[in-house]
Design a protein around this ligand. Structure first.
Ligand SMILES: [Zn+2]
Length: 220
């Protein structure tokens, strides 16, 4: 049987991580997110993990080569599919990944990119309404407000706007995302392997649209 590979894309605030998670649960495909890979290596105390930990502790980006070897390693897992979330981020990483695919995948394995599309206005609206607590809880003033204004339901802490969710920073993050993802999405588009999903609808509906489109392509 051929393996299926779905690579998720979407601007910050698109909820692509949530969707990747939901798809993984539904299909039992393995999710590959670089953040999870880093954490697992560090927790297992491997040689790679120690090296990754050094970069993260110093607040530095983990070099592509290191990330790629972790990704390649996780592609050895026995499963009928993989879901990528947060990798590749730019054209260079895409080329690296395609080289790994050529090495690790069989001819009839199928790789697709899936973009959860959300307009800039909606992204700004979603992120600017987000409030965080030091305990890790995240609220949305419209969709998921705290019971008492400005106070965390869980720990009673004072809520704040993360720097990342301030308008100026949001605009910068969006620009970065579109700059880096454009050439990647163009590549998949040219291959006829880009699935576009309308991200401006409720989480459940987005998931349904993803399942429908994957069914049509006989991927699930
Ligand atoms: Zn809290």
């Amino acid at each position: 049987m051929s393996k299926k590979i779905i690579i998720f894309f979407g601007p910050p605030g698109s909820g692509k991580g949530t969707q990747a998670e939901m798809l993984a649960k539904k299909t039992d495909w393995k999710k590959i997110s670089t953040g999870d890979l880093f954490r697992a290596e560090i927790a297992n105390g491997t040689k790679l993990g120690k090296s990754v930990g050094k970069y993260l502790q110093a607040g530095k980006l983990v070099p592509d080569k290191l990330t790629l070897s972790l990704v390649e390693e996780s592609l050895k897992q026995k499963t009928s599919g993989f879901i990528f979330d947060g990798f590749p981020r730019n054209k260079r990483q895409l080329n690296d990944l395609l080289a790994v695919f050529r090495k690790r995948l069989k001819k009839n394995d199928l790789a697709y990119a899936l973009e959860v599309a959300v307009g800039d206005k909606e992204v700004k609206q979603r992120l600017s309404q987000r409030r965080s607590c030091a305990c890790g809880a995240v609220y949305h003033l419209i969709y998921n407000p705290p019971i008492n204004e400005g106070v965390c339901d869980i720990c009673g802490g004072k809520l704040f706007t993360r720097n990342d969710d301030k308008p100026k920073v949001i605009a910068h993050r969006l620009k970065l995302y579109y700059n880096e993802s454009k050439s990647i999405l163009d590549y998949w588009q040219k291959q006829g392997r880009l699935i576009k999903i309308a991200g401006e609808q409720p989480i459940k509906k987005i998931h349904e649209e993803i399942m429908e489109k994957l069914k049509k392509l006989k991927l699930v």
